[in-house]
Write a new protein. Structure first.
Length: 144
């Protein structure tokens, strides 16, 4: 039981620090609401003419997901490379399965447009094919 005493001490210390931080912020926080001037964005003394965008585009988060996924893959590949002879076929199958899952996630993100940074291009429906009836109805007169 003596081995777990330092861990218990750190947990208690962490809980005290977290609760102390909440208490201190509640005691030291200003009581009145800030004015509109304080809430306005400030950039080099220039008053903004338009509202800032509310959030990042989803593509930003998709690229972040790609980075995290491949970063994790590299972290897990290094230990495998160190002991690949001892793992044998089982280790090879596991690493291949992991790589397939990572590649599938990359394909999903690319299909969602994660790497397309340009403006969104939408296809618009073209004008209907022209015929004598469509021209007559467009002009508003009927041929006799």
């Amino acid at each position: 039981m003596d081995q777990y005493l330092p861990i218990l001490g750190l947990l208690i210390l962490g809980a005290l620090f977290a609760s102390g931080s909440f208490v201190a912020s509640a005691l030291l926080a200003p009581r009145k609401r800030p004015s509109d001037a304080k809430l306005a964005p400030y950039e080099c003394g220039i008053v903004p003419e338009i509202e800032p965008p509310a959030r990042f585009p989803v593509r930003f988060y998709l690229v972040a997901m790609i980075f995290v996924i491949f970063d994790i893959e590299v972290v897990f590949m290094y230990p495998f490379a160190v002991v690949f002879r001892q793992l044998g076929a089982f280790g090879l199958v596991e690493v291949l399965l992991f790589s397939v899952v990572v590649f599938a996630s990359l394909l999903f993100l690319v299909s969602e447009g994660a790497l397309s940074w340009g403006p969104v291009k939408r296809l618009t429906k073209g004008a209907p094919s022209r015929s004598s009836d469509s021209t007559i109805s467009r002009i508003g007169t009927r041929a006799a």
